[in-house]
Design a protein around this ligand. Structure first.
Ligand code: F6R
Length: 364
């Protein structure tokens, strides 16, 4: 049942802290505080590249994974949505590690991409919530997201669990490749172990996010902007808004705005920014200032440190709990998902069963 929540989506949003914690318990040995992987079909120290594929939200989890794996583990990543990868016949480097991400383990395009990767002889690691699925059976190794059943058609907790697994996988690959030392590894593990508590704190901002939703619910079109590892989070926010509120939303890398979408900006097109404090803060801030100068209404997800700087230009600012920069995509995700949920409530849509969508897309 819904345990007193109005929708499965609301219940599942509230399960973020639990699910992140359970997934970490599966991947991190509490005694050594090291990420422990099952036996791998290849030597992580010597793989030349990784190739990531998935559909929908799971693809955005893969995009965050690419930022992490390239920056922290220095592993070059090819990434594509499964419906493209399966027909593109790309010249993949022999010995590359294939990585698939799927909640259901049954998505037709992702399964076909799995078979295509195996067909050219690549080892395949799958990040799956359904551990008894077709993809689980056909993969060389499975990393489970411990999210439990997800009933809401729009994915919430499975997505943060996918990010949690990709973060752990990044640490393990970085260790194998010698791109992080023990102190850095411990710093990253500590950042992850801190997350369930911080994720819980996000819900104390729900009333403020509801006020933001009042602006979004009035709009016909919404722009989402983010840079770096929170750019895919902007994409996730835009997809979730489209899915459950039927409001048109698009996400852009903040630096791309001036190359086209800036022409859309006026009072009627609110801009939702994922902008945590840190290395890219100033860059994104200057993009937002450009949008503001053109009459844009800015709604920002940041943290305490960023809120001070944003208050001068943003109409509404949510200060999410402060976390290590590594894990900001996970905490930011919870914010944008709650925004989509609150907006859908205001629109009065069927939150758990949005029109035209199925939970598991088993046809091409
Ligand atoms: C978004 C959503 C979809 C799925 C996509 C992949 O809220 O639910 O975009 O993420 O259909 O599904 P799985 O993960 O089952 O392969």
């Amino acid at each position: 049942g819904k345990d007193g929540y109005r929708h499965y989506m609301e219940k599942e949003l509230h399960e973020h802290p639990l699910v992140i914690g359970q997934t970490l318990q599966r991947m991190i040995d509490p005694a050594t505080r090291k990420v422990v992987l099952p036996d791998m079909p290849c030597d992580l120290a010597t793989i030349p590249r990784g190739v990531i594929t998935a559909c929908g939200s799971a693809y955005f989890a893969g995009m965050v994974g690419r930022y992490w794996l390239e920056e922290i583990a220095r592993l070059p990543i090819d990434i594509d949505v499964a419906s493209e990868l399966r027909y593109r016949n790309p010249p993949l480097t022999p010995g590359s590690l294939g990585m698939l991400i799927s909640q259901s383990g049954e998505t037709a395009d992702t399964l076909a991409a799995l078979r295509a990767l195996k067909g050219i002889g690549l080892p395949v690691l799958s990040v799956l919530n359904a551990e008894h699925s077709t993809m689980a059976r056909e993969s060389d190794v499975v990393l489970g997201t411990v999210a439990g059943p997800e009933i809401s058609v729009a994915s919430t907790k499975a997505f943060t669990a996918q990010l949690t697994v990709m973060a752990c996988l990044t640490i393990a690959i970085a260790r194998a490749r010698g791109t992080i030392d023990a102190a850095r590894e411990d710093e990253l593990v500590t950042a992850l172990l801190d997350l369930p508590g911080r994720a819980e704190e996000v819900f104390s901002r729900q009333a403020d996010i509801r006020k933001m939703a009042e602006v979004v619910a009035e709009a016909r079109d919404v722009l989402y902007l983010g840079r770096g590892s929170v750019y895919p989070v902007a994409m996730e926010g835009a997809l979730k808004l489209k899915e459950i509120s039927y409001i048109h939303a698009e996400a852009y890398a903040a630096g791309e705005m001036k190359h086209g979408p800036i022409s859309l900006i006026d009072r009627t097109v609110p801009i939702v920014a994922t902008i945590p404090s840190g290395a890219l803060f100033e860059k994104t801030l200057s993009n937002l200032q450009e949008a503001k100068a053109r009459g844009g209404r800015l709604l920002a997800f940041t943290d305490e440190a960023g809120a001070g700087r944003l208050s001068a230009i943003a109409e509404q600012t949510i200060a999410l709990p402060k976390v290590h920069p590594f894990v900001t995509p996970i905490i930011q995700t919870i914010g944008v998902q709650i925004l989509a949920y609150e907006t859908a409530l205001l629109k009065g849509t069927d939150v758990d069963q949005p029109r035209n969508l199925a939970k598991s897309v088993t046809v091409e």
